[in-house]
Design a protein around this ligand. Structure first.
Ligand SMILES: Nc1nc2c(ncn2[C@@H]2O[C@H](COP(=O)(O)OP(=O)(O)OP(=O)(O)O)[C@@H](O)[C@H]2O)c(=O)[nH]1
Ligand SMILES: [Mg+2]
Length: 303
């Protein structure tokens, strides 16, 4: 079994915890043969996410519960949690004389989730002098030093976070002393909010280039990453924990709500099966598929 260790990094509120919370359900949706679920990239790859420790189980369960209520209130993370899960992906390899042979990649993933402010404290008002944050930072750095994969989250709707990356990410990379990562993904979260709140908006998002958007947001920071992780390609893509309303393609958040946590699809009077079906996270698994197997799906490489 291939063991891989992934570190998830991103400024406060960039969607790290929601990302982890949503993975298990995204895996079930993909595996449910009765649902024509095509929102997670190439559907010919079989994959499964199995929480194996309490931290990951708690996150997944929390997301399952709150989504039934039509709200997604995830609190800011105040400690480092070591979320462990098994991730399996089977990738078809075309055989010489036709047909497919399946190659299984099996990762035991340790995903470290911690408060964004411990790494990205300069912009956004989180004081890095805070002793607790310093301690969290040390833990994250020690995990990152032996990680194979780096998943950087950026809130696609928050241009300010480009400043956080520009100012604070170089310090973190320097602290690692050597570049440990074999694969790197830059993930644009909350992507459903970037397109107009209308029917079919999902197709607009699918036609937009994540690579161009990442380059626009953090171009010079990419140069810094390149100079440290010379040969490691930079993959990037869109994702959304809220997703789009199934069958309609409308972004699944309530634009009238003040809070950033209300799903549009869960309406009073809906049956429970309807509620459960109406939550379809968008492209949550592709980063993990790539980190485990190198299969890119819809992730784009930055040239
Ligand atoms: N609309 C929308 N909101 C999202 C999505 N993912 C996360 N959010 C919201 O963004 C806010 C921050 O998400 P978190 O997952 O807590 O972010 P975090 O990076 O873990 O933040 P810290 O723990 O503070 O470092 C929450 O209010 C979420 O409800 C998404 O896909 N769409
Ligand atoms: Mg968090």
């Amino acid at each position: 079994m291939a063991e891989s260790k992934v570190v998830i990094v991103g400024p406060s509120k960039s969607g790290k915890t929601c990302y982890l919370s949503t993975l298990a359900v995204a895996g079930w949706k993909r595996a449910a043969a009765s649902e024509s679920y095509s929102n997670d990239g190439s559907s010919d790859l079989r994959c499964v996410v199995k929480p194996i420790n309490q931290a990951m189980q708690d996150l997944s369960k929390n997301a399952q519960k709150i989504v039934i209520e039509g709200r997604f209130p995830i609190n800011a993370t105040m400690q480092v949690s070591n979320c462990e899960f098994d991730f399996e992906v089977e990738v078809p390899r075309r055989k010489f004389l036709g047909g497919n042979a399946w190659v299984k990649h099996h990762s035991h993933v340790h995903a470290i989730d911690g408060p964004g402010g411990s790494i990205f404290g300069t912009i956004g008002g989180v004081a890095t002098v805070d002793e607790r944050l310093k301690e969290y930072r040390e833990q994250l750095v020690s995990h990152a030093k032996v990680a194979d994969g780096l998943l950087l989250c950026i809130d696609a709707t928050d241009e300010e976070s480009a400043g956080a990356y520009f100012i604070d990410l170089p310090d973190l990379i320097q602290e690692l002393e050597h570049w440990p990562f074999k694969r790197l993904v830059i993930l644009l979260t909350k992507a459903e909010k970037l397109v107009p709140h209308e029917l079919g908006a999902i197709d607009q998002l699918k036609s937009m280039s994540a690579a161009k958007y990442v380059t626009y947001l953090i171009g010079p920071t990419l140069g810094m990453l390149r100079s440290y992780g010379a040969d490691v390609p930079i993959a990037c893509g869109w994702c959304s924990a809220f997703g789009f309303v199934p069958g309609e393609g409308t972004p699944n958040y309530n634009p009238q709500s003040e809070e950033d946590d209300q799903l549009l699809s869960v309406l009073p009077g809906m049956t429970m099966p309807q509620k459960i079906r109406s939550w379809e996270p968008f492209r949550m698994l592709e980063p993990l598929i790539y980190l485990a197997s190198g299969e890119r799906g819809s992730l784009e490489l930055i040239e």
